[in-house]
Design a protein around this ligand. Structure first.
Ligand code: UDP
Length: 239
């Protein structure tokens, strides 16, 4: 890999909402293309890239169940939403000449590869971007947990969680001018103070495997590449 970064293999987690632009719902192709470009700048460094994209821009199981749907069914709908987002990202990455595989935790062979760990590792070694879709394949989980699970299985060095803000704050920086960003924060503090980095099961799974989580802003052009090169502001969640 390039001299610019010490990372060899990383997981990029983004929410489904990161793909909806200002529309408030669904997919906004120019936004998908912009994020694909950010991924390309890191791919160009020689870093092996895993991705997990949420589904909240299309459907969330909890919302469905609050409106009377059976929870498991609603969660499967949420997982299917992540497959649509993964396909949109694959299309945008391939338009930039980056070989990409969508790997689904729910088998749907016409649309995506099934998840086979060794096969996914091989794709990464060949510098193909692997987008892990359909979450963990199980209801009652989230894509944050899926990202942590796959990052562990793929032996990623860190999870990069791209958000709207440049790290983790002690209070909501959109509401409080005095909010302060942590440079480093422990998994236990994230859990105890409910800092809302990722859900508790994802944080616990990262903690138990010593997998650092780096929270950074995806709105900053060149931000992802910069963070990998050790520049810019971010928060590192670690032990
Ligand atoms: N989901 C699930 N199991 C998983 C991952 C996701 O059931 O392993 C469902 C769940 O209903 C969730 C939806 O898929 O609400 C979309 O995922 P998520 O809420 O994590 O998306 P994000 O908030 O990151 O856009």
């Amino acid at each position: 890999s390039s001299a610019e970064t010490t990372y060899r293999r990383v997981m990029l987690k983004i929410s489904g909402e990161a793909l909806m632009g200002d529309q408030g719902f669904g997919l906004h192709p120019p936004t998908v293309q912009r994020i694909a470009h950010e991924v390309k700048t890191v791919h160009d460094m020689g870093v092996e890239i895993c991705m997990v994209i949420g589904g909240g821009n299309i459907f969330r199981g909890l919302q469905g169940s609050a409106q009377g749907m059976e929870r498991t069914t609603a969660d499967y709908m949420g997982m299917l939403a992540t497959v649509m987002n993964a396909l949109a990202m694959q299309s945008a990455l391939e338009a930039l000449d980056i070989h990409t595989r969508v790997i689904s935790a729910i088998t749907m062979n016409e649309v995506a590869e099934p998840y086979i760990r060794r096969r996914a590792v091989r794709h990464l070694e060949k510098k193909r971007v692997c987008i892990f879709a359909a979450g963990t394949g199980n209801p009652y989980f989230t894509t944050d947990t899926a990202a942590t699970l796959r990052a562990n299985e793929m032996k990623c060095e860190a999870i990069f969680k791209g958000t709207k803000v440049d790290g983790v704050y002690d209070m909501d920086p959109a509401k409080h001018a005095e909010a302060r960003r942590y440079d480093v924060v422990s998994y236990d503090d994230v859990l105890a103070k409910r800092l809302g980095v990722m859900d508790a099961s994802a944080i616990a799974l990262a903690r138990d495997n010593n997998l650092p989580i780096i929270v950074f802003s995806l709105d900053e052009p060149g931000g992802f590449r910069g963070i990998l090169a050790g520049k810019g502001t971010y928060t590192k969640v670690q032990g």
